[in-house]
Design a protein. Structure first.
Length: 116
């Protein structure tokens, strides 16, 4: 069973940047389309970005387009989320999973807090 471990979150001022990582243990996700998701306090978990297994196609929610970039390194069994020009509304716990969000148990996530 794949276990997902997210890291790289933190506290940053508006306009700042963070790079999140998601590593898999107990298996590989190189054959799956992968996604990043986030959950803000009191809100449902929502889709942020998706990348196909080869990395050839990526898609984002509208409010992060042009600011966030998803990437992957299948040799390292890791996906990344580069987040630039962060806004307070990006504050949330960020998670990774397959593109549906249903294939594996959610990891602990990584907290991103953007101060204004």
């Amino acid at each position: 069973q794949v276990q997902l471990v997210e890291s790289g979150g933190g506290l940053v001022q508006a306009g700042g940047s963070l790079r999140l990582s998601c590593a898999a243990s107990g298996g590989t996700f190189s054959t799956y389309d992968m996604g990043w998701f986030r959950q803000a306090p009191g809100k449902e978990r929502e889709f942020v970005a998706v990348i196909t297994r080869s990395g050839s196609f990526r898609n984002y929610r509208d409010d992060v387009k042009g600011r966030f970039t998803i990437s992957r390194d299948n040799a390292k069994n890791t996906i990344y989320l580069q987040m630039n020009s962060l806004k307070p509304e990006d504050t949330a716990v960020y998670y990774c999973n397959d593109n549906t969000g249903h294939r594996w148990a959610w990891g602990q996530g990584t907290q991103v807090t953007v101060s204004s």
